[in-house]
Design a protein around this ligand. Structure first.
Ligand code: ZN
Length: 98
C-alpha cells in the first residue's frame, strides 16, 4: 500500500473516481474534470488520473473528444456496464505520447 498520499488528495481522488463512474463511458479532459469535480489545479487532476490509470482504475487515452468541452485532448474515463469504451469517441491507446 502506498502511504504517500495525503488526506486531501485522497478525497480528491475519490471525487474524480466517483464522477467518472457516474459518467461512465464519457471521456473528460483534465481541465473539465477539474471544473466538474472542484479538484484544482488541473495539474492535480493530471497527477491523480495518471496514478489511477497506472493502477487500472480508469482509462487514460488520447484520440477522442472531451464530453464537455469537445476538445481533442488526453481523456479520462471509466468503461462500465454494457457501454463499451469503443462506443464512445473511440479513445485509443497510442503508446506513451502523454
Ligand atoms: Zn474538456
Amino acid at each position: 500500500m502506498q502511504t504517500d498520499m495525503n488526506k486531501a488528495e485522497k478525497s480528491d481522488k475519490t471525487k474524480i473516481l466517483n464522477f467518472l463512474r457516474e459518467k461512465s463511458g464519457e471521456p473528460f479532459c483534465d481541465d473539465c474534470l477539474s471544473l466538474e469535480t472542484g479538484v484544482s489545479p488541473p495539474d492535480r487532476v493530471y497527477r491523480i488520473c495518471r496514478r489511477e490509470w497506472g493502477r487500472g482504475k480508469i482509462v487514460r487515452a488520447w484520440g477522442g473528444k472531451c464530453a464537455k468541452c469537445g476538445e481533442q485532448k488526453i481523456l479520462n474515463y471509466v468503461p462500465y456496464g454494457e457501454r463499451s469504451p469503443t462506443d464512445v469517441n473511440l479513445p485509443v491507446f497510442s503508446g506513451d505520447n502523454f
